[in-house]
Design a protein around this ligand. Sequence first.
Ligand code: NA7
Length: 541
Amino acid sequence: MSNNVEQLDAVVVGGGIAGMYAVYALREKGARVRGLEAAAGFGGTWYHNRYPGARCDIESVDYSFSFSDELQQDWDWSERFATQPEILAYLEHVAERFDLTPNFTFGAKVTSAAYDEVEQRWTVTTGAGQQFVARFCIFATGPLSATNLPDIPGRDTFAGEWYHTGAWPHGEVDFKGKRVGVIGTGSSGIQSIPEIAADAEQVFVFQRSANYTIPAGNRPLSDELKKEIKANYAERRRQARASGGGSPFTPYPKGALEVDEAERRRVYDEWWQRGGVLFSKAFPDQLSNLAANDTARLYTEEKIAELVVDGDVASALTPTDHPIGTKRIVTDSGFYESFNRDNVSLVNLRHTPIERVTEAGIETTAQVYDLDMIVYATGFDAMTGSLDRIDIRGKGRRSLREKWSSGPRTYLGLEVDGFPNMFIVNGPGSPSVLANMVLTAEQHVNWIVECIAHMDARGAWTIEASAEAVDGWVAECNERASKTLFLQANSWYLGANIPGKPRVFMPFIGGFAVYGDILDEVANADYKGFVMSPVGDADNF
Ligand code: NA7
């Protein structure tokens, strides 16, 4: 082993929200810890997704760290739903306030991580050949970080500018006087289209599937409201932790079909006004009962017809291929209204698919679109993509990529059998992508830190999920998903957006609070389902 290999208790891969908190929490416990981040700064998702209009779809006061009351009291969010620049400024503030920079190496793109069974340590290697050796390897690589750039014929021949929303350049992108094609109408497309349309000469929106989107109802936070929230922050956080989604909201106490039309409409009106993704949870049965879901769908269809002037365009923007909420509902600011502008046209790829990209633009089966810029708002290889792009090897040099070739398999989303002392934060098998990912990251990291303290107290060196526990958890996740409508959508939750990816529902769907209870139960039952071993001892004890 060369002398310049840093010896550590833990390596944390990723400098986004989860990685920042993992490094902080481990360091607080006295661990020698290093965070490795491919980018030049903190922020993860919020570093890369700088596209115009990028905002969080969870309220800013909830989508923020809860571990420090001083932090949440001191920081002022300016709007209900924070923009990317404000979230990034917040994360940079957190990094500075808690002096995280010395514990991070930036520009360090991790390419491999291998477990040495003799040394019982992980060696993590970057693209530049730097190596870090640690007892624990913690992946905080983000469920929505590996960009999906579709393999459209001729893609690389385009002579104009092109960008992916998830890898947006730093510095100004100028749309003025340009003909811009936007491919994709998920969250990134829907958020960016109104902003691009405000500047560009012409915007062509290439839509393959229409998506449900609810106006954010965004507004500045008044001083009075901020004061009120801060005075009750502890209670707000308690409610968030007791909820399914990590925000302090609970569904209406009755099912959508248990109330009459007037009451149902009143509830939908209220949740529509509340704005955004929560609309899928107005009634508790909306995501498990198709008839209940239909009531939300019909309500939304009326709204689209009201907001979009041209009936044909309204109809093309109305989703037909999935129950509402089974793909993440988008939270927008002026998306439907954009189609009332003269400079925005919808290209319905269901009728006229893209045939190729050319030097001059995009050709569909019906028309040639000359463009100066293409914006790929085409999403991510979600949940597994960022891990898949690293060569991760556990016991017997077995690769995680191979082990997961039929879909990800974890115990609690946290650990994988055959990969001792490797933890994943916000990974597949956890509820993170269906909840508030700041609180889910804190939940995971707190659990991991306590687990390590427990190991140290009992003299254990390694922890590994048993194969039976993984089997059981995968079965439980599948069973829970099968009772919902989520399997009816070709969503990224199922890997359905990536050609060739196995169709497996990847998140735990039981909700944030239920999942937290399970984590506690497992820890209290002496880490049931995990095997702990002392140094150099292959046997369990
Ligand atoms: P999404 O939600 O995965 O959306 C990607 C969009 O791109 C979606 O409309 C796709 O259509 C479309 N797409 C993808 N590939 C193609 C090709 N080859 N041709 C045409 N259209 C294509 O990604 P986002 O970045 O918007 O949002 C991801 C998450 O980030 C979001 O859910 C929030 O949680 C935050 P499709 O639906 O597959 O037909």
